[in-house]
Design a protein around this ligand. Sequence first.
Ligand code: G6P
Length: 613
Amino acid sequence: MCGIVAYTGMREAYPIIIKGLERLEYRGYDSAGIALQNGDLHVYKKKGKVADLKESLKNVNLEGNVGIGHTRWATHGEPNDRNAHPHYSANQNLVIIHNGIIENYSAIKQDLESKGYAFTSDTDSEVLVTFIEDIQKNTQTPLEEAVRLALQRVVGAYAIVVMSRDTPHMLVAARKGSPLVIGVGKNKDEYFLASDATPIVEYTNEVIYLDDLEIAIIKNNQLVIQHLDSTIKTPYIQTLTLALEAIEKGGFEHFMLKEIYEQPKSVADALRGRISSLEGRLHLGGMLEYINRLVTADRIMILGCGTSWHAGLVGEYLFEELARVPVEVEYASEFRYRNPIIRENDVVICISQSGETADTLAAIELAKQKGAVIFGICNVVGSSIARATHAGAYIHAGPEIGVASTKAFTGQLAILTMTALLVAYRKGTINESDYRRILAELETIPQKIEQCLKLNAETEKIASVFKNAHNFLYLGRGYNFPVALEGALKLKEISYIHAEGYPAAEMKHGPIALIDEEMPVVFIATKDSSYEKIISNIQEVKARKGRVIAIVTEGDTEIKKMADFTIEIPHTIEPLSPMLAVIPLQLLSYHIAIMRGCDVDRPRNLAKSVTVE
Ligand code: G6P
């Protein structure tokens, strides 16, 4: 949700910043802008994507060793040139880039207006930078002090970087609730700041994750980190393990397709070193310290948003079936606002690909206040959620850049399966042979996903038949009900076709009214305990002339006779079937979106990482 990049050092800042913005574009692409110190302070900004900004700067002198850049996902004010970042303060002496929301901006704005300040944009960010200017003026303090004083009065979330015309070799950055990473140059004489490590990895692997309420002051290429209460902090430098290839398209036309195809590897990476069916071994190092809390839990609450919430729903089936513990799955955004009841023996599991989703983070804080032990399932190493939880496991899927989540989902399912199995084994709710059988089947999943990917051409053909549909229905039962929700979400997100996911049995309580010869219905109809029931549901759709696309188990003959199209996926046991069934649904939505001319990696109005409420 907005990407920020900044550089100070001896290199040219512009190429680093613009490339960084391209890498961060998944976070927002309503407008983009940069500010450079080159003799004077200059701001260049434009509505649209980073490419539009780049094009508009073709004939501009962009020299300078210090600069900041921003790619925006609009929260306050419509996406246009005026609302694009960076924002000048009123006297144009300061500029700011900001990711987050200043909740009390309108009170601050009124106060500033009463002092005669005028604003050129509708953003909370312009209010913040003008507020800093006003404090600086009134207190005659240096920039870093004015930033500190302003932030003490701000309510909300922010990652900011501020520059001043008066101190051209200086950057002041701060965070609360929105991420900010500082890359430290090899000789500690240049610094790269960004919303995540992707703009940095090419230049250095030494990074500092700024903590909430910390301010980083980089003056003449010397870094000092302070707490908002002005105590000096010792920077903790970590080594990045991110590889440059992981954030490039590697021959694929889109990140989304690359990430779909990475799943045999990303799921294998999630399992690597953690399971061995031969030895009956299941090891989740990051969970060990608190695993007994999960084993003795009276109830598990799983929280997440979007695709991560769908993974949580599969988790509910897994934990209840294998570990016999009641589970509640909730949108983090609902949980945090409803004064939830958390009892002593309850455990919370939070799922988040980015580890930065504001609602999930706030839900964690709330659950913590109520005394819960919290496990995290995240992809981004060192992310806010990973750091805020007591224990957890990374999914190790590598950077997911396509806005529609794909490989994170299967990685999350792999971790949930292992965790449920581990708890079940320790609790004794599963016998040794079933335990080993599930472990052995889990080991085959990467290779079975590989087989699912061979369905690409077939899926593309089906996509060409349905690309102009106005609506889609996705139906599944049991473990595959969340897969139906996820399939529908993928299609909505990237092709803008209205789609709904339902438990197949619920169809007759409403959605069946929508079915006619125009309505494609995707059934996840693998050979499992609800197979016979789902066949009846397919017949109900066929009887009303609906068009059926069925995801079936290899060798199925019965559904083939009634469905218009079938896609055969390899056989697996029921708890693992979502990891396979989702693959053709990801491919189907990808191809439909491409055929409709949609920008699959940057769908309209969406952002990958939602760091605002
Ligand atoms: C956004 C993304 C979704 C994602 C959701 C939760 O809406 O577009 O793809 O599932 O956020 O993100 P998280 O990083 O917490 O999993």
